[in-house]
Design a protein around this ligand. Structure first.
Ligand code: B1M
Length: 211
């Protein structure tokens, strides 16, 4: 079994304790950090999602896979995060109300941070009031990021964009949206400024806003 396959299987089956060692072995074998993330880890979460959908596994298994994934991301973090010296500004990010998924949001936060932003992470299940409060508390913040993984929480993004507009803050911030069910069309339909399909694209878009 290849090292990437070993990592994928370990995440899929929630073997949290062995992940760090496997990631270190993969790095020592010269496998690029992004390849480990995409082929070994994110790929595994895709398989977990498919198995959940097919009723082959249930929420507890999904949860232990998520814990193993987080352990892997921690091990990979020093190798993924780049030079943080340049400060491009602040980036407020959160997973929208009703949604508890945070692995993708955390990856986006990490990559945008390494693109020179100071990240203010509001966590998961973030209400529109909390987002607005954070924008008001950080009048120098020019970019906010919204993550959603559930089709049922996509409307929360729409309500949030509307609430930011109603609060008179829309001209102050660019809004970037992302998450598995989100598309460019959806982003356009709710009046967001940008859609990013993955964490690397989110970092590139964040950089483009200060270029
Ligand atoms: Co959930 N879950 N889950 N889950 N879960 C999904 C999302 C699902 C697709 C599984 C499935 O059915 N195939 C499905 C949603 C279906 C739908 O809405 N149509 C689902 C469901 C149904 C549920 C529950 C309702 C299950 C239940 O209770 N019956 C429940 C909801 C809880 C809630 O949120 N209120 C639930 C719970 C959970 C766990 C808690 C067990 C766990 C989350 C743990 C955690 O996050 N701490 C979990 C998990 C692990 C998943 C899957 C398997 C994996 C998600 C993940 O971490 N992917 C997921 C299936 C899947 O995604 N294939 C599934 C890896 C991650 C790196 O990718 O988050 O997509 P992703 O992030 C990417 C991009 O999307 C993008 O960049 C990231 C990195 O490249 N991105 C952004 C994300 N945010 C961005 C923001 C940006 C830009 C890009 O700008 C700001």
């Amino acid at each position: 079994m290849s090292k990437l396959q070993e990592i994928s299987t370990a995440i899929e089956t929630g073997k949290k304790k062995i992940i760090k060692g496997l990631v270190e072995e993969a790095l020592a074998n010269g496998i690029a950090p992004l390849e480990i993330l995409n082929q070994g880890m994110i790929n595994a979460m895709g398989i977990v999602g498919e198995k959940f959908k097919a009723n082959e596994i249930f929420v507890p298994e999904m949860l232990i896979a998520a814990r193993a994934m987080k352990e892997g991301v921690e091990a990979l973090k020093p190798h993924l995060a780049g030079n943080k010296a340049a400060i491009n500004g602040k980036f407020i990010i959160g997973t929208v109300q009703g949604d508890l998924h945070d692995i993708g949001k955390n990856l986006v936060a990490m990559m945008v941070e390494s693109a020179g932003y100071e990240v203010i992470d509001l966590g998961v299940d973030v209400s529109k009031e909390k987002f607005i409060e954070a924008i008001k508390e950080n009048p120098d913040c020019k970019l906010i990021g919204l993550s959603a993984l559930l089709t049922t929480t996509m409307p929360a993004m729409k309500f949030l964009v509307a609430a930011i507009t109603e609060a008179g803050l829309r001209d102050q911030v660019k809004i970037m949206v992302g998450g598995a069910p989100i598309s460019q069309e959806f982003a356009d339909s709710i009046g967001a400024d940008a859609f990013a399909a993955d964490a690397a694209s989110a970092a590139a878009i964040a950089k483009s806003f200060v270029a």
